[in-house]
Ligand binder design. Structure first.
Ligand SMILES: Cc1cc2nc3c(=O)[nH]c(=O)nc-3n(C[C@H](O)[C@H](O)[C@H](O)COP(=O)(O)OP(=O)(O)OC[C@H]3O[C@@H](n4cnc5c(N)ncnc54)[C@H](O)[C@@H]3O)c2cc1C
Length: 278
């Protein structure tokens, strides 16, 4: 159970950061769903909910998801159901239940870099960027590998709208449990392929060897490369070998989904012959 000595609603991000810097036991609070599991006492809980950070904005060149948007907001936002094959929506849907997703926030989920995170796996394949109040904007990929040393506040996640199509697959032993393995694949209109694998059980990471094979049109080779080139570990949800096997299967499923998706998109395009007939 969590104990909080002082609860503060920040009036600005600068004030929130100053409060965070004022003590090691001061913590930003998102939905509080993870924090409440901890036993360490929080000196000052810093609530960002009055700073208007809960918006999901679909602008011309990018989508911006505010740190205080809930996972349920991500699941239900019409633009996120539509864009990128709806993978962001899909990725959060299996997380616990609706009441939980109404509380848990995007900022906490991304900043905490949880190994099991469904959302991180999807965002990484979409080439997302994080916006930190102190350190500024940086690619999510870099944030996951080399996070800034000083504690910070994540204010938003940005995703470029580069016409990316994407597919997401996760495998769970039972509904609402943590994923045993998560995979997300995407391709931009320029043919830039991305593949991320999460819950290995380490945090989501890209697989450049597999991405090169995807670009060459070799889905089966990419699936093998994802299994062979990334590290997998054992946990109570599955062994390293089982995860390696799942990586190959889920990568292939994403590849098939994107190929079908591409074929459907091509089928629905008016052909020259169709135009002549009209
Ligand atoms: C029982 C349970 C099951 C779960 N299952 C899954 C699952 O299957 N898949 C999955 O992907 N996730 C899962 N999660 C994680 C969940 O999706 C959220 O990521 C998690 O609850 C954190 O969100 P929160 O808003 O509740 O964070 P909080 O508990 O409020 O905060 C968590 C941490 O993030 C910090 N923080 C909060 N906001 C910010 C910010 N804006 N900037 C910087 N730091 C910040 C806090 O100080 C704290 O250290 C699960 C969590 C629980 C408790």
């Amino acid at each position: 159970m969590i104990s909080i000595q002082e609860y503060r609603f920040a009036e600005s991000l600068d004030e929130a950061l100053a409060l965070l810097d004022a003590g090691k036991r001061n913590r930003v609070i998102g939905g509080g769903m993870w924090l409440r599991l901890g036993h360490a006492g929080v000196r000052t809980a810093i609530d960002l909910s009055r700073l208007g950070l809960d918006k999901i904005e679909d602008a011309e060149g990018e989508v911006s998801i505010g740190a205080m948007a809930s996972l349920r907001d991500v699941e239900t936002a019409p633009c996120l159901r539509e864009l990128f094959g709806g993978v962001l929506s899909e990725s959060v849907k299996p997380i616990v239940g609706v009441q939980f997703r109404n509380m848990a926030t995007v900022g906490a989920s991304v900043y905490s870099r949880y190994g099991f995170s469904d959302l991180l796996t999807a965002l990484l394949a979409l080439d997302a960027a994080v916006v930190l109040h102190r350190a500024g904007e940086m690619p999510l990929d870099e944030f996951l590998r080399n996070p800034p040393e000083k504690r910070d506040i994540l204010t938003a996640v940005h995703i470029r709208k580069d016409g990316r199509r994407a597919a997401y697959r996760s495998f769970r032993r039972s509904k609402t449990d943590f994923g045993v393995l998560n995979v997300c694949m995407s391709v931009s209109t320029e043919g830039d392929w991305r593949l991320s694998v999460g819950a290995r059980p380490g945090r989501a990471t890209r697989c450049p060897e597999a991405e090169a094979l995807l670009a060459a049109g070799d889905g089966a080779g990419a699936a093998k490369a994802a299994a062979e080139n990334l590290t997998y570990g054992s946990s109570l949800r599955g062994s390293a070998d089982y995860r390696r096997h799942l990586a190959e299967v889920l990568t292939l499923r994403c590849w098939d989904a994107l190929r079908e998706d591409g074929a459907e998109a091509r089928d629905s395009e008016p052909t020259d012959a169709g135009r002549d007939e009209a």
